[in-house]
Design a protein around this ligand. Structure first.
Ligand code: ADP
Ligand code: MG
Length: 327
């Protein structure tokens, strides 16, 4: 099983940023409102994520590091309507198999915290008591220390940290109500306070996407036939030469999907924003049963049960919003 974990790690854990993604998703699934991310040496040395979520009960600590032990899916029916970001029970065991991992947690109902040490093997000593507030800290040290071939593929500290920053930004845009703090080599690089309203959300967007985008975008919020689309779309005056500013979330999960990209592009073109790269931060909300997030382990792709309906809804809503503000 140890080897299986390492093989699975090849799918889930490509680089430090993918560890950060999995740990952040777990923290969000646990209902955290405050998440701190401490990185050392681009994550090659250390990735530590501390949350104030529900915590893990003492008797489930070791289980959390075993393969396919997820607390989030109890039945096949649940799989039909996944609301949590994780559901495979693969991430923690995979990460634990390619690092020295320290899992510390205190469950809401517990009077103290417990800590488990891993050294890339599958056996763990019994949990030791530790001082910890309600919530969880996952400390991933020396990533890929026991898989030299993988370690060789790690890029420079700066590059890996860049990927981590992108990941944190992407996830921070999915949950305006949660605060995120990111530091690199003990220096704070990002501090995002929880936003209570739209202007708070716009402050966060400005921080992540630049204030020009907020100034040169429109806010929309439209609902029909059980589908809701809300968020910000860039005006034609907004142009950005650097990387795309395209953030799309389905039920608070960041996705890259052909159908979505196509609908958005089509709407932009039809309102004659030719030659412009659409810029947007958009959130689609729908019944979880109408979308399959089970397509791939890294879960960036989704499959809609009624693709045509979703496509047309997106196209029409965006077309209308853009046409309304066309100069
Ligand atoms: P999954 O997220 O797919 O369930 P993971 O391997 O990511 O699987 O995590 C395994 C289990 O460990 C989760 O189902 C959850 O019960 C527990 N867990 C992991 N991280 C946290 C956390 N930050 N807070 C509370 N529980 C956690
Ligand atoms: Mg998970």
């Amino acid at each position: 099983a140890h080897l299986i974990n390492q093989i699975a790690a090849g799918e889930v854990v490509e680089r430090p940023a993918s560890v950060v993604k999995e740990l952040l998703e777990n923290a969000l699934d646990a209902g955290s409102t405050r998440i701190e991310i401490d990185i050392e040496q681009g994550g090659n040395k250390r990735i530590r994520i501390r949350d104030n979520g529900s915590g893990i009960p003492h008797e489930e600590l070791a289980l959390a590091l075993s393969r396919h032990a997820t607390s989030k899916i109890a039945s096949l029916d649940d799989l039909e309507q996944v609301c949590s970001l994780g559901f495979r029970g693969e991430a923690l065991p995979s990460i634990a198999s390619v690092s020295r991992l320290i899992l510390s947690s205190r469950h809401t109902d517990a009077s103290q915290g417990w800590q488990l040490f891993g050294d890339g093997q599958e056996v763990f000593d019994a949990p030791a008591p530790v001082a910890h507030a309600t919530g969880t800290t996952v400390d991933v040290v020396d990533l890929f220390f026991n898989t030299p071939a993988r370690r060789k593929f790690l890029k420079t500290e700066k590059t890996e940290f860049g990927h981590i920053e992108d990941m944190v930004r992407k996830i921070a845009l999915s949950r305006f109500d949660v605060s995120f703090e990111l530091s690199h080599n003990q220096k704070n690089t990002l501090r995002l306070r929880p936003a209570e309203d739209r202007s708070g959300a716009e402050r966060r967007i400005a921080e992540i996407c630049g204030s020009a985008f907020v100034e040169q975008s429109v806010y929309l919020d439209y609902e029909a036939a059980g589908l809701r689309l809300w968020g910000w779309v860039g005006l034609p005056t907004f142009s950005r030469s650097q990387a795309d500013l395209q953030y799309f979330y389905v039920n608070a999960r960041n996705v890259r999907d052909k159908l979505i990209t196509h609908a958005v592009k089509q709407a932009y073109q039809d309102v004659m924003y030719h030659g412009r790269h659409p810029a947007f931060v958009l959130f689609l909300e729908l019944n979880p049963q109408l979308v399959d997030v089970n397509a791939h382990p890294t879960k960036q792709e989704v499959r809609f049960r009624e693709g045509r309906l979703v496509h047309d809804f997106l196209f029409r809503t965006l077309y209308q919003a853009l046409a309304d503000i066309r100069p």
